[in-house]
Design a protein around this ligand. Sequence first.
Ligand SMILES: *[C@@H]1O[C@H](CO)[C@@H](O)[C@H](O)[C@H]1NC(C)=O
Ligand SMILES: *[C@@H]1O[C@H](CO)[C@@H](O)[C@H](O)[C@H]1NC(C)=O
Ligand SMILES: *[C@@H]1O[C@H](CO)[C@@H](O)[C@H](O)[C@H]1NC(C)=O
Ligand SMILES: *[C@@H]1O[C@H](CO)[C@@H](O)[C@H](O)[C@H]1NC(C)=O
Ligand SMILES: *[C@@H]1O[C@H](CO)[C@@H](O)[C@H](O)[C@H]1NC(C)=O
Length: 404
Amino acid sequence: MNYKMRGRGEKDEFVFKDSSIGLIRLLCFLILFVIGIIIGLTSSSHVDRYFITSRPDNFYTDYTTAAPAPSYAKTATYDQNCSTNSNCKNDDCLSMESFRMPKNLTHRMTDNELFWRASMVPDKPEYPFDRVPKLAFMFMTRGPLPFLPLWERFFRGQDENKYSIYVHSNPGVRLDYENSSVFYQRQIPSQDVKWGTVTLVDAERRLLGNALLDFSNDRFILLSESCIPIYNFPTIYNYLIGSTHSFLDSYDDPSRYGRGRYSRRMKPDIKLRDWRKGSQWFEIHRTIGIKIISDTKYYNLFKSYCLPSCYPDEHYLPTFVHMFYGDLNANRTVTYVDWSLGGPHPATFGADDVTENLIRSIRNNGTNCAYNKGKTSICFLFARKFSPSALDPLLGLASSLLGF
Ligand SMILES: *[C@@H]1O[C@H](CO)[C@@H](O)[C@H](O)[C@H]1NC(C)=O
Ligand SMILES: *[C@@H]1O[C@H](CO)[C@@H](O)[C@H](O)[C@H]1NC(C)=O
Ligand SMILES: *[C@@H]1O[C@H](CO)[C@@H](O)[C@H](O)[C@H]1NC(C)=O
Ligand SMILES: *[C@@H]1O[C@H](CO)[C@@H](O)[C@H](O)[C@H]1NC(C)=O
Ligand SMILES: *[C@@H]1O[C@H](CO)[C@@H](O)[C@H](O)[C@H]1NC(C)=O
């Protein structure tokens, strides 16, 4: 097409030009030259097109030769054999089992990545597996657990499908429990915790985030190394699973140790009338756990403005849960502590203090507590603070009084 039009143009030009033979020759030469150029261009565009279409083919060939076929085939094998092949223990395979309950607690996720992943909520109400609700026991410790033998007794013989254990200890502390222990390989990736700072809240959220990855975990219990259980596992399981409320201490303290720690810089998002206080040792439902690790806005306000002598661990969760999920909360804790001595620290029970009477009085001091729509004489399930020396007398009481 191009060629014909150009040709006609040259002919028209020829009509108007002088008819000298030299000129005609010149024109013929020009025409031939132009035809030559056109043929050249057309064929070179063919060449271009050839290269363009052939390039991906070359890339593909290069790619497959560079990435050897065996490794490609290996990936496929992994995928097909994921649930059965033992090679997959060290691989992040796409298997239902590891998705609903990661067995290996080691990971390299940052807190932000962990919280994002842990905040996933299935939209489908039915589970494609038999979901037995579990209690997640989350231990925040510095070093080894002083009451390990007591806890081992507590869990002994219990249904493994009804509980899981997570331990956040100081970074660098390796807890090498025997493979027969319920605490074997239950340490989560941890970071430094400075008591009285927001890093304590970070550790609580990190424990929650890790525990939320197991879709069967239903209730989340935060425990310290000085906490002990004061009932046996079945009693605690039924109490917590059967409750329609979470147990997160949250109350309004008008004193300078309560409202006095409020900062006006948290306005307008947090008002003084929203400000709450409470013990950090909570027992909460999965729904609230997910809301806690999903919160950024209120967490950041506490991080910025709840500075000494404001303690984020005593105010952030009590305030946050009061503001948004108060109706899901019993507003009390089920972890006993004795503040009767006064002062900044609660009483610590040592070997000499541990008697049958102490445990009985902790279990029931004569008052009843609200539970669902009624009342119960069981107000506490756990107690603190116990010093390591209390271990032996407690083990002595375990089978007769504690029931494990
Ligand atoms: C999957 O594993 C089985 C046994 O472990 C083996 O026989 C089979 O060849 C494997 N499949 C593939 C695709 O490698
Ligand atoms: C858990 O995973 C880490 C790396 O993610 C690995 O180093 C470790 O060996 C695994 N532990 C077990 C018991 O498989
Ligand atoms: C547990 O550890 C012992 C030795 O410490 C070892 O003999 C045994 O094979 C281990 N069991 C499992 C299931 O890893
Ligand atoms: C706990 O406090 C909230 C307000 O934060 C209230 O709505 C809720 O009814 C209280 N829970 C119980 C069990 O009284
Ligand atoms: C018993 O315990 C409850 C709950 O901690 C407390 O409010 C109450 O004051 C206690 N009563 C006595 C008599 O110590």
